[in-house]
Write a protein that binds this ligand. Structure first.
Ligand code: CP3
Length: 346
């Protein structure tokens, strides 16, 4: 166990010096990989999430194909919605769809409390299986959606551009919003604790869409809940990564919600972001995922620019600012791992 604590990814989460900058990618398992597409021919996405043997296989695909410093369990932030009672479907080509969206007080009151061990136990089983396979190789990250991003799917019923229905719940019926967030927080804390108990060695909280809010609304309607989840995980003793996108104009506020590591996107330079957050705070980021489609010399220039800005300070985890996109060339992803590991700060 003490040896596992020495993985460079976990050291960087704690702000300790490392032999080389750790790198992993959000959505490192997925459709850009042939092995994933082959498996997807035989199973639906939800089947893959709910069958621990399949989830384990997919989790290991990028570990075997790339020189990454962490695995992330194959699952989805929306899985807790099923036991909460809204339903959950993935429509091919159109992303997630929630059949019974939660749009008023009655619907929020009717949401069911979740027992993660019983109702999402397949995620715990997959975590246990993956840990057996990668023990001594790389650490395993567990994850969940942040309260805002998860709630926005429940309210909107799927993906959204304006988040108008979600925002109107905040503005028109703040007590209904507060009750929804209370319930979502309770589910998330229980779910993430279950993942750590099963063997997750770090956790990432995905607030993918929170950048749609003004700093005022983030502070009033979201920050206290994200903070509640992160505070609630302290007793687990594993590092928590506070991830969001579109938040470069309010990073110090986002950091107030907590997290051992703050993850930000490419809309701000790494240097600017780290200065604002404070150099004693470990960070994760921040290559534009679209750059992975660029010619290798261009990628190298931009990877080196990020590394130069990080300047060899302890506490930098290299990642994209958001997930790997479909059709991304696998050899470019692999090349980025090497560029990061081989970069010499001297
Ligand atoms: O990072 C990993 O490798 C672990 C797996 C993972 C998935 N989803 C697999 C997945 C993780 C960490 C997620 C998180 C997730 N899911 C987020 C937060 C991260 C982000 O990208 O912002 C969100 C918003 C979701 C919800 C979700 N799941 C969407 C919007 C979609 C559709 C995406 C699309 O382009 O169609 C999914 C499906 C999904 N989740 C896929 C994968 C590999 C694609 C499913 C398929 O094979 O068709």
């Amino acid at each position: 166990m003490s040896e596992e604590n020495n993985f460079r990814f976990l050291k960087a989460c704690r702000g300790e010096p490392v032999d080389a900058t750790p790198v992993w990618f959000m959505r490192q398992a997925g459709r850009y990989m042939k092995a994933y597409r082959d498996l997807k021919e035989k199973h639906t996405f939800l089947e893959m999430c709910k069958t621990p043997e399949l989830a384990t296989e997919v989790t290991l695909q990028p570990v075997n194909a790339l020189n990454i410093d962490a695995a992330i369990i194959f699952a989805d932030i929306l899985l807790p919605l099923e036991p909460m009672g809204t339903g959950l479907e993935f429509i091919v080509g159109d992303g997630p769809s929630i059949p019974r969206p939660v749009r008023d007080a009655k619907a929020v009151e009717n949401l069911r409390p979740v027992n993660a061990e019983e109702q999402l136990g397949f995620v715990g089983d997959a975590i246990r299986m993956v840990r057996k396979e990668i023990s001594g190789k790389v650490p395993l990250i567990g994850f969940a959606g942040a309260p805002f991003t998860l709630s926005s799917y429940m309210v909107e019923g799927g993906k959204s551009r304006e988040f108008k229905i979600t925002k109107m719940m905040m503005f028109e019926t703040p007590e209904t919003w507060a009750l929804l967030m209370d319930k979502v927080c309770a589910t998330l804390i229980d779910y993430l604790k279950m993942q750590v108990k099963a063997g997750a060695q770090a956790l990432q909280i995905f607030d993918s869409w929170v950048g749609c809010l003004s700093p005022h609304d983030y502070t009033k309607y979201v920050l206290p809940y994200t903070k509640r989840v992160i505070d609630g995980l302290k007793e687990c003793g594993v590092p928590v990564i506070n991830f969001s996108t579109g938040t470069s104009t309010m990073l110090p506020t986002v950091a107030q919600a907590g997290g051992d590591v703050i993850s930000f996107d490419w809309r701000i330079s790494l240097d600017d972001a780290w200065k604002q957050i404070g150099y004693d705070q470990p960070i994760q980021g921040n290559l534009d995922p679209v750059l992975l489609f660029a010619p290798l010399p261009v990628i190298k220039e931009r990877v080196h620019e990020i590394m130069r800005q990080a300047d060899g300070r302890p506490g930098h985890i290299f990642n994209l600012g958001h997930g790997i996109l479909q059709h991304t060339p696998v050899d470019h992803v692999k090349a980025v791992c090497d560029m990061v590991h081989e970069y010499n700060h001297a």
